[in-house]
Design a protein around this ligand. Structure first.
Ligand code: 5GP
Ligand code: MN
Length: 346
């Protein structure tokens, strides 16, 4: 999205006209989903409106320190209140997702609502389910995109410490503290400004990346030692974890986050997958390097989606069936895997 002017004007008009604004993020919200929602809320408040916020399901504990996060209503556990928010809304702004299924059980109500709808997102190929689609896959995070939108809408710079911190949370979440994902000079200039404005980077880092349970670290050790499969020929590595594995480490939501990224640090590997067994289905996280398109593989193979280098999906069946399906499909991607590996020849 090369120029923001048209979009910012349109968004501002919609916000000015709306009486009941609702912000909604994707299911299993990460730091970008929540950061983007909280940041946008701060700016909308400065415009004299007080938007409500819902998340399709509960937030993980490592985000609960953020300012005003207690105002996010979880649709899964508080369906009555969240449904009322959806019914009351005359403007719904959807952040950090590109397909309606990412709203989980809130999907049907949101789609049935007569409210004007806006998507603000950085995933490629957004679905056509809104009146205004502000999509820029050239941004590290939806939070970064919101920072730029707000700056475009403000005559002078919007200065608000909770806004700055929320944007920073989104950026460091989606880039793994600048270790992976997609980021640009613009991202770093934004980060520079956020730090100048006083964002406490150590505090934020500790909340997001140094906040794991002992069990989580032990589960990671187990997964890498006992459940890692490496296929050097196809430049692929994966981890599979059964429900029993998770239970034996008293698994909590979010404990397996980041496991797939570790596998990409193996020399020659350009695709990594984490398979986690749930009740009757398997959830997977894919990560890739360079030109290998994990988003496409996830769409074709696992009914999922995401970005080129970080995608996810899910599939019905036992973990054995799903892993077998993956192993059987993988050779058809040989050419792309080899091409990506050749690019990074180590
Ligand atoms: P993660 O592996 O961290 O859960 O997700 C990585 C990326 O893949 C996220 O940016 C998210 O947008 C996308 N993603 C994860 N799970 C799904 C899914 O089930 N469906 C779709 N369409 N995208 C997903
Ligand atoms: Mn994001």
């Amino acid at each position: 999205m090369p120029e923001f002017g048209k979009y910012t004007k349109e968004l501002k008009k919609l916000i000015d006209r709306a009486e009941h604004i609702l912000l909604i993020c994707h299911i299993n919200p990460d730091g970008d989903a929540i950061g983007a929602m909280l940041a946008l809320r701060r700016w909308i408040i400065s415009q004299g409106k007080e938007p409500r916020m819902i998340s399709p399901n509960a937030l993980q504990s490592f985000l609960l320190w953020m300012s005003d996060v207690d105002k996010v209503v979880d649709f899964h556990h508080n369906q009555e209140e969240a449904s009322k928010f959806i019914r009351d809304a005359d403007l719904i702004i959807m952040v950090d997702f590109n397909s309606t299924s990412r709203m989980g059980k809130a999907e049907d109500l949101v789609l049935a609502s007569g409210a004007r709808k806006v998507i603000i997102d950085h995933h490629p190929d957004p679905g056509n389910f809104a009146d205004l689609i502000i999509s820029d896959s050239g941004r590290s995070s939806t939070s970064e995109l919101i920072y730029f939108l707000v700056n475009g809408m403000e005559g002078e710079e919007f200065s608000d410490s909770d806004f700055f911190t929320a944007v920073y949370v989104g950026i460091i979440t989606d880039t793994g503290n600048f270790e992976h994902g997609y980021y640009t000079g613009d991202t770093m200039r934004t980060v520079g400004h956020l730090l100048d404005m006083g964002v406490d980077k150590e505090r934020v880092y500790n909340h997001i990346f140094s906040n794991f349970s002992e069990n989580r670290i032990r589960l990671k050790g187990f997964a890498l030692h006992n459940r890692m499969v490496v296929n050097q020929e196809l430049h692929t590595a994966y981890i599979w974890l059964t429900k029993e594995d998770l239970e034996s480490f008293s698994h909590a939501k979010g404990d397996t986050e980041g496991f797939a990224n570790v596998l990409l640090t193996i020399r020659g590997i350009v695709l990594s997958v984490l398979f986690v067994e749930r009740s009757g289905f398997v959830k997977m996280s894919l990560r890739s390097k360079g030109s290998f398109n994990a988003n496409q593989l996830s769409r074709q193979c696992f009914n999922g989606g995401g970005h080129r280098n970080a995608a996810g999906g899910e599939m019905k069946g036992s973990i054995e069936d799903v892993v077998r399906h993956f192993e059987n499909t993988l050779p058809s991607y040989r050419e792309d895997l080899e091409a990506a590996a050749a690019e990074i020849k180590q």
